[in-house]
Design a protein around this ligand. Structure first.
Ligand SMILES: *Cc1c(COP(=O)(O)O)cnc(C)c1O
Length: 397
């Protein structure tokens, strides 16, 4: 492999580009995780995370990928054989369902066509007929990273409340936290699951559970086996900024820096930036004459866009050409959309010119791979970005 000049474009929807500030923060000597300096770091990041989850409740940090936090959310709140309701919005929802089934939960899956968010009418209907309250939790992926569709969590909450059902609401925000508006407390979520390597701009290796009072109460009687994932010892140690086992110290340095960056930009501005890049991307896709996988405009994802390639063309071949020729990684199609879509990640530490470069790579790739399209996608995105820059805060028509 010869040297490739310039920066690699890592435009998959996570892991995302890690900003230099975060890399520099991580590049420090590891300290004693039981010493006084660590306690300050621990308290600072545990407190700072609450702002991002928009919660006053505790947030737990695991040295694990997001999948670990999925498991933690389930084993801390549920018992063997408990019924849980899940929404198959795409590949990640299906994986969470598989994990729940392996843990011995009776996990029911509400299907979708993978082109929209969770079906809240079905969510309301199912608990409404569950008069004995056998369903203990409803699990939803906020931003389905395999499809680029978001689920409207306040409507899911409303559906459960309309059925007057006491089920817990567990939400995966692994690819939406710090990219798309999300409110753990206000939306009445019981456990929010998140990860470090997407909107939080960190390398992979940390994941999170934000925990409501109701979830903490459920944890008291939950009987699924757990030890490493147990909230109890974790929260006891966290009270003074420490962890019950060795934490990922250097990633916590990075987290402290990432939280500072989010605070400096302001979460509202972070969300507006993601919305803008997503809209510019969709305009490019339409100008190319291609189709966005998400079929419901209210549920378009602001962290990534999944793009359908015309029938008879292979999305992975296109990705291969783009990687070889332009040193850019795009997201592959997962599960039942494998080969049919490619995904453009536009989340994390990302700006207008990075998006323009990304879309230029896609447009040239379409040409080189012989995928039928029209030119002018990059131009359409540039027009939108320039209009947005002229009238900041206003949505361009
Ligand atoms: C990335 C992702 C996961 C998986 O997380 P890992 O860190 O790979 O374990 C789960 N859910 C969603 C929505 C994701 O985007």
């Amino acid at each position: 492999m010869s040297h490739r000049p310039g920066r690699h474009f890592l435009q998959i929807p996570g892991p995302t580009n890690v900003p230099d500030r975060v890399l520099r923060a991580i590049d420090m000597p590891t300290i004693d995780h039981r010493g006084p300096e660590f306690g300050r770091l621990g308290r600072e990041v545990l407190e700072g995370l609450r702002e991002v989850f928009r919660t006053r409740q505790p947030v737990v940090i695991y040295p694990a990928s997001g999948t670990g936090a999925w498991e933690a959310a389930l084993v801390n709140t549920l018992s063997p054989g408990d019924r849980v309701l899940m929404c198959e919005t795409g590949h990640f929802a299906a994986l969470w369902h598989k994990l729940a089934t392996r843990l011995g939960l009776a996990a029911e899956l509400i299907p979708t066509d993978w082109r929209r968010g969770a079906d809240f009418a079905a969510i309301e209907a199912r608990p409404a007929e569950d008069r004995g309250h056998a369903v203990k939790a409803v699990c939803v992926v906020h931003n389905e990273t395999s499809t680029g569709c978001t689920s409207r969590i306040p409507l899911v909450r409303k559906a459960i409340d309309a059925a007057r059902h006491p089920a817990l609401l567990l939400v995966d925000t692994i690819s939406s936290l710090a990219s798309i508006d999300y409110r753990h407390d206000e939306w009445g979520v019981d456990v929010t699951v998140a990860g470090s390597q997407k909107g939080l701009m960190l390398p992979p290796g940390l994941s999170f559970n934000a925990v409501s009072e109701k979830a903490l109460a459920a944890a008291k009687s939950a009987r699924l086996p757990k030890s490493y994932w147990s909230w109890e010892e974790m929260l006891a140690a966290n009270a003074s900024g420490y962890f019950p086992y060795t934490p990922a110290t250097n990633l916590l340095y990075g987290l402290r820096e990432a939280l500072a960056m989010l605070r400096e930009e302001g979460l509202e501005n972070v969300f507006a930036r993601h919305d803008r890049h997503a809209e510019a991307t969709r305009r490019a896709v339409r100008a190319w004459g291609l189709e966005v996988l998400c079929a419901v405009p209210e549920e378009y994802s602001s962290s990534l866009t999944a793009v359908l390639v015309p029938p008879g063309h292979d999305a992975d071949r296109l990705r291969e050409v783009i990687l070889e020729r332009f040193d850019m990684s795009l997201g592959t199609g997962l599960g039942k959309v494998a080969g049919k879509v490619f995904r453009v990640g536009h989340l994390g530490d990302f700006n207008d010119l990075m998006l323009a470069g990304t879309l230029a790579g896609v447009e040239m790739g379409l040409e080189l791979a012989g995928v039928p399209h029209r030119q002018g996608g990059v131009q359409a995105a540039m027009d939108y970005l320039a209009a947005a820059a002229r009238a900041p805060g206003k949505k361009a028509a």
